[in-house]
Design a protein around this ligand. Structure first.
Ligand code: IPM
Ligand code: MG
Length: 365
C-alpha cells in the first residue's frame, strides 16, 4: 500500500509524541512492505504564530488530499487569554467540521499490566473494555448563537446546544454497528430530565434501537454515568453521547486505564480521511523535557492503520507491541509507581519499535 499521511504535531508535547508514532509507523511500513509518505502541516498555536490562522488553508488542503491524518495536541498558556479572538482550539474544531468527522471513537481498555497504575483499585478497573462514541461536529461546540453580548449593561455570554435528528441518528448508527462487533451492549448518555436537546437525543436513539434488536440498549443520565464509570466500569461496552458529555466522560474514563496518556482516538466521517489523535492535551508543563508518554499517540497510529487504512494485522502488531513493552515493566513517568524507574519519550518509542519487529516475526511464523 502506498499512502499519504498528514502529520499535525501542533503544540506542547504534540511534536514529541507524534515523532514517536511516526517512527512506529515507519517501522511497520518497512516490516509489511508499505510506503507511507508523511507530510507535516501546521495547526493550533504554532500555526497562529507562523500564519495568524490556527488552521491555515494549506493544512486543510493537505489533510483533504491525504489518506489519513495523525495529530498531536493543540493549545498552551501562550494562547490562553480568554479575550483572544483567535485560539489554537479553533483549528482543531474547524478541521473536525471541515472533514465531516462526526464520530469520535475513544476506546478505554485496561492493559492488564497497568491495573496497578490506575488510582482506582485493581478489583474495580479489572475487565474495563469500552468504547466511548462521542458526537464531534454538533452540540455546544458548534451551536449558534455563541459569544459575548451586553445584557442590560452587564457582561453576558451564550452557548447553544442544538442537535438535529439526522446528526443524532448517524452517530447512533455508528455506535450500534460498533456494538454489534463487540459485546452487543449500548448505553446512550443524555440529560433528558432537564434538556430539550437530550429529549430529542433519546427519542431518536430509541427509533434507531428498533433496527438493532440484537443489541441490548439502555439510556442513562450523564451524572449517573459519571458515577457508574467509577463504580462498575467493566459493565460498559459501547457508550454513545453528545459532544460535550463525551469530552468530559472520556477524560474521566481515561483514569481507569492508568493515565490520560494512554487513550487514543479516531475521528471518522463518511469517507476518508479520518483523523487520529490522543485524547490528552498539549501538557505545556512537561513539553520539551522528553518525558511525555507517547503511547496514546502510538495507539492512535494503530487506530489509523485499522480504521483509516484497513490494515488490521499491522494495527494488531502495534497494539501487541505496546502491551509487550508494558508487560516487560517499562513505564513513562505518568504510569510509574513512586520510586519505580521511568523511561523517556524516545526510549519508550524505541522499545515499541523493537517489540513491533518481534510481534511481526511471530505473526509471520
Ligand atoms: C479533546 C480536547 C478538545 C475538545 C479541545 C482541545 C478543544 O479536549 O479532544 O477531548 O474539547 O474536543
Ligand atoms: Mg477533551
Amino acid at each position: 500500500m502506498d499512502v499519504t499521511i498528514t502529520l499535525l504535531p501542533g503544540d506542547g508535547i504534540g511534536p514529541e509524541v507524534v515523532a514517536q508514532a511516526r517512527k512506529v509507523l515507519e517501522a511497520v511500513a518497512g516490516q509489511f512492505g508499505h510506503t507511507f509518505n508523511f507530510h507535516r502541516a501546521l495547526i493550533g498555536g504554532i500555526a497562529i504564530e507562523e500564519t495568524g490562522n490556527p488552521l491555515p488553508d494549506e493544512t486543510l488542503k493537505a489533510c483533504q488530499t491525504s489518506d489519513a491524518v495523525l495529530m498531536g495536541a493543540v493549545g498552551g498558556p501562550r494562547w490562553s487569554d480568554p479575550r483572544a479572538a483567535v485560539r489554537p482550539e479553533q483549528g482543531l474544531l474547524r478541521i473536525r467540521k471541515e472533514l465531516g468527522l462526526f464520530a469520535n471513537l475513544r476506546p478505554v481498555k485496561l492493559i492488564p499490566a497497568l491495573a496497578n497504575a490506575s488510582p482506582l483499585k485493581p478489583t474495580v478497573v479489572s475487565g474495563t473494555d469500552m468504547v466511548i462514541v462521542r458526537e464531534l461536529t454538533g452540540g455546544l461546540y458548534f451551536g449558534q448563537p455563541q459569544g459575548r453580548e451586553q445584557a442590560g449593561g452587564r457582561r453576558a455570554a451564550v452557548d447553544t446546544l442544538r442537535y438535529a435528528e439526522d446528526e443524532i441518528e448517524r452517530l447512533m448508527r455508528v455506535a450500534f454497528d460498533l456494538a454489534r462487533g463487540r459485546r452487543r451492549k449500548l448505553t446512550s448518555v443524555d440529560k433528558a430530565n432537564v434538556m430539550a436537546s437530550s429529549r430529542l437525543w433519546r427519542e431518536v436513539a430509541h427509533e434507531v434501537a428498533h433496527d438493532y434488536p440484537d443489541v441490548e440498549y439502555q439510556d442513562i443520565l450523564v451524572d449517573a454515568c459519571a458515577m457508574y464509570l467509577i463504580r462498575n466500569p467493566a459493565d460498559f461496552d459501547v457508550i454513545a453521547t453528545e459532544n460535550m458529555f463525551g469530552d468530559i466522560l472520556s477524560d474521566e474514563a481515561s483514569m481507569l486505564t492508568g493515565s490520560l496518556g494512554m487513550l487514543p482516538s479516531a475521528s471518522l466521517g463518511s469517507g476518508r480521511p479520518g483523523l487520529f489523535e490522543p485524547i490528552h492535551g498539549s501538557a505545556p508543563d512537561i513539553a520539551g523535557q522528553g518525558v511525555a508518554n507517547p503511547l496514546a499517540t502510538i495507539l492512535s497510529a494503530a487506530m489509523l492503520l485499522r480504521s483509516g487504512l484497513g490494515l488490521t494485522r499491522e494495527a494488531a502488531a502495534v497494539e501487541r507491541a505496546v502491551e509487550k513493552v508494558l508487560e516487560d515493566g517499562h513505564r513513562t513517568a505518568d504510569l510509574a509507581a513512586p520510586g519505580q524507574p521511568t523511561v523517556g519519550t524516545q526510549a519508550i518509542g524505541d522499545l515499541v519499535v523493537a517489540a513491533c519487529a518481534t510481534a511481526t516475526e511471530q505473526h509471520q511464523v
